[in-house]
Ligand binder design. Structure first.
Ligand SMILES: Nc1ncnc2c1ncn2[C@@H]1O[C@H](COP(=O)(O)OP(=O)(O)OP(=O)(O)O)[C@@H](O)[C@H]1O
Ligand SMILES: [Mg+2]
Length: 186
């Protein structure tokens, strides 16, 4: 993948809705073209994720293991020059593991935020249904409010903040029911 992808390259600034539609369409085509240099096939997933990212939606990717879900999320982030983080959800994952915590800094004598992986542009939340509802809820709250509150202090998340989540359709043992309602179906 070439790093030089620029969504607005060579496009005039939009003046009306026709121009805007044309611009969005050109950006989508250009983005999908860039990602499909790395991902073979999977056109439907590419289309869904493109629409999702451009409309700031959060997506549940349901596919079998080893079919390039991680690669796809990572490739989209690289094509867009976005900050990418991946979290493997596990039964012992705590809300603070994804949000971050305040740590005491001996040098300055102050508590400083060690930001968790929610502070990213594209977050791949792998096997989300392996985490207990409390941690799933912290993720859903971040998705909805685009901010997190840690120790009573509210922090805005970077923009855009888009979550791609997976669940494994084969291995359902040791999972919690998924809090489903917040996922947009593109
Ligand atoms: N459609 C594809 N195009 C390009 N590479 C692919 C494709 N499918 C699988 N691969 C290859 O398979 C490897 C594994 O893919 P990846 O780790 O992204 O899958 P995954 O869906 O995240 O798997 P898991 O469910 O185990 O997390 C990739 O690094 C890539 O080399
Ligand atoms: Mg993976």
């Amino acid at each position: 993948m070439e790093a030089g992808f620029s969504p607005n390259a060579g496009m005039p600034a939009p003046t009306g809705s026709q121009d805007l539609i044309g611009t969005v369409s050109a950006i989508s085509t250009s983005l999908m073209g860039e990602v499909s240099k790395v991902i073979i096939g999977k056109n439907e997933n590419l289309r869904r994720v493109t629409v999702g990212i451009l409309s700031n939606g959060n997506m549940l990717l349901e596919d079998f293991p080893g079919l390039a879900k991680t690669l796809l999320a990572n490739t989209f982030a690289r094509a867009l020059g976005c900050k990418f983080k991946r979290v493997q959800f596990t039964p012992d994952l705590l809300p603070s593991d994804i949000m971050g915590t305040y740590m005491y800094d001996q040098k300055s004598g102050e508590f400083k935020l060690r930001a968790g992986p929610l502070f990213s542009n594209i977050l791949l939340a792998d096997e989300i249904n392996r985490a207990p509802p409390k941690t799933q809820a912290a993720l859903l709250e971040a998705m909805e409010e685009k901010q997190v509150t840690i120790e009573g202090i509210t922090h805005k998340l970077p923009a855009p903040f888009v979550v791609l989540a997976t669940q494994n359709p084969i291995e359902q043992e040791g999972t919690y029911p998924l809090l489903r309602l917040k996922w947009t179906d593109f």
